[in-house]
Design a protein around this ligand. Structure first.
Ligand code: F6R
Length: 366
């Protein structure tokens, strides 16, 4: 059942090239320049008339929502708010009939997300579900939706659910951008072509596994770790830190790289490993200067970089390469080494990777 892998989590990490393909199969028609998502097509007016999109989710799905905020605003020019479902539902939020709510949930059973949907519906908002589990409560409760088709995710730590959610949300943003005319036809084509190449590039990123294992060996006894990223990769930093916390029980925090100087930089000394996402596109020079700030305080730097990178390599203690892609697609690649790093550290520490303490796969209590 684990297909020769030692844990479900590792199997699911390695399934990502196929899972992402399954998400876009039959929906992404690159030659024709078409994205086909019937849940979006059938409700195009609601999307185009929306004053804003509110995304509600929890945990890793909330991180996918944060990536989606950058994508929807950047490509489709629709204002987006991303909310923890548990906060949204209890704070008397302003919701109108002109709002579109997108709920994101792997299991489709998360109690807080389900309650947030019911609240939004009661105020007349249109609610669109992005779920993995077919026929789940959230899939049934929403007005329309699209499945990620990632296949069953058994490991409690979410991996392929995250990358397939981002794949689906990217397709939605591109479809809406095309309908709104906020993207040029050449950029649109380029996006489709690049998205289709992502599974191959994820495969390429997975090849760093052995190298990541040796980095895991070096840092497995750390008490804390910091994860930094900017722009599209800020939510990836949050997700990397969550993965480490939940399966290895090492304290970790994700931060926008530029926020360092407003507090967390005080934590840095020779015992603090800092994982910095520093891919070529997207604030590269700024991230390099953030890395210099860490280095001058003797922090240990693990850079997630684009293949062939020179500048970060000169400064960092270790680099892990991922293939080049469009900036907005980079989270699909930069997430991979962070998943592997936390997996290997947890295994080396003898933790129960697939069923970490205190956690459940579906959180059906609020
Ligand atoms: C993290 C993790 C949790 C879930 C969260 C939401 O690895 O598994 O944070 O992401 O409980 O679950 P779903 O997506 O099923 O609503």
């Amino acid at each position: 059942e684990k297909g020769g892998y030692e844990h479900f989590m590792l199997k699911e990490i390695y399934e990502q090239p196929l899972a992402i393909k399954d998400t876009y199969r039959g929906r992404l028609l690159v030659e024709e320049g078409i994205i086909k998502l019937s849940g979006v097509e059938d409700n195009m007016k609601r999307f185009l008339n929306a004053d804003r999109i509110i995304i509600v989710a929890c945990g890793t799905s909330w991180h996918a929502g944060l990536v989606a905020e950058y994508i929807f605003e950047d490509l489709a020019r629709i204002p987006v708010e991303v909310e923890y479902a548990s906060e949204f539902r209890y704070r008397n939020p302003v919701i109108t009939e002109k709002d579109v709510v997108i709920s994101i949930s792997q299991s489709g059973e998360t109690a807080d997300t389900l309650a947030a949907i019911k609240l939004a519906k009661s105020k007349g908002a249109f609610v669109f579900g992005v779920c993995n589990v077919v026929g789940s409560s959230i899939a049934r409760e929403t007005d329309a939706g699209a499945y990620t088709h990632a296949g069953p995710e058994i490991g409690v730590a979410s991996t392929k659910a995250f990358t397939t959610q981002i794949t689906l949300l990217t397709m939605m943003a591109l479809r809406l951008a095309r309908a709104k005319g906020t993207i040029s036809s050449s950029d649109y084509r380029r996006q489709l072509q690049e998205l289709e190449l992502i599974p191959e590039k994820v495969k390429e990123a997975l090849k760093a596994d052995k190298h990541i294992q040796s980095i895991a060996e070096t840092y497995k006894d750390s008490r804390n770790m910091l994860y930094l990223g900017r722009g599209y990769n800020f939510p990836v930093a949050l997700e990397g830190a969550l993965k480490l916390k939940e399966i290895s029980y090492i304290h970790a925090e994700g931060y926008p790289a530029a926020e360092m100087k407003h507090g967390p930089i005080a934590l840095i000394d020779e015992n603090m490993p800092v994982i910095v996402i520093a891919t070529k596109k997207g604030h590269y020079e700024k991230v390099v200067s953030n890395i210099q700030e860490i280095k001058s305080r003797k922090g240990k730097i693990i850079g997630i970089v684009t293949q062939g990178d020179v500048s970060v390599r000169e400064l960092a203690d270790h680099v892990i390469e991922v293939p080049e892609t469009l900036e907005n697609l980079s989270p699909l690649l930069t997430t991979i080494p962070l998943q592997l790093l936390s997996y290997h550290i947890a295994v080396m520490l003898g933790k129960n990777v697939d069923q970490p303490r205190n956690l459940a796969k579906s959180v059906t209590v609020e």
